[in-house]
Design a protein. Sequence first.
Length: 350
Amino acid sequence: MIESVTARAVRLATLARDAGADTLDFGKSNPDSWNSAIMEMRESERLDGTVRDKPSDWENTLGVLRMTLHESDAPRGTIIYLAGLAGTAAERDLARRLARSGYTTLHIRHPTFIELAESASREPETSEDGESSVALAGAAPDRTAPDMHPFETDYGPFLLAMTLDRYAFSSVLGAEIAADMLLAADPSIAARPWSVVGLSYGAMVTPLLLSRNPDFFSVAIMAGTGARPWREPACQRIFGGRPFRSDTTDACIQVMALSAPSNHLASVGGMPALLIDGWFDQWFTRDSTDEFHQLAGGPERWTYPVGHFGLLLFLDGISRRAIRWLDQTLDAAKLPELGAEAELPGTSGE
């Protein structure tokens, strides 16, 4: 199970840090129906012996994930920030804003839409009806997708759903291992509350992270997401109009169902949570966000008169308000200190 993988990762990380190793190979994890995830952590080339124990100076690669730690001068808590796939300056600025607001912030991002599109194979394949298509990077083997521009109305949600299908469990596992390493490097942070902030794709995998680590996180903020991404009209137009090889379709649907937010939203119920969405979002429709809100137990919800990218466009103002909400929520909760004996994410039962 994953618990042994994360525990092993902590031990290896500690040993490697003490020994001054440059590279760690965490091996492979093959949980029952999950996609395999190869985990690697490389310290930035700028590290030397004097800063090797300062996680704030690390920029790590865990599989395809990029991780950067932003430390706060007077931390009042720790945030795992799961970013979206747009890779905008506003998304990067949010990590720094969270740190300036008093939260040690572990910024985890996946390759952007552009990076995913550029990494797609351009070797054309021809379907039975003669239609040409190209393999989509990150999709399951033998699945094909049309040549696309990532920001087109239909293909953006399609890429989002395919990324969730392929990388959801890897993204969450990466967040768990990074948190374990951070706790191993500085056990004192266990005495302060942990929160998770998810944006777009990051918000889609947040329920999975919460379900795997019950009672560890104090607050969750999720923006720009829906309950069942592969059922969005934009995805359905592609699913319905493009050929998929029959020998993989059933397996793809099964993996999509396993990673869908709808199957993990019960973990949000009962904890302080905030859902932020756009009224004119064409990537996650009102029905989808309404279902997300309902399955999550009806958390506080802010709806803005914008589309999906409008949330990013106005992220500066929205984030200021959300951080004030986070401050007030943590103050109102009067959370007890966990102490250094707190269990690490994903290590319950060991």
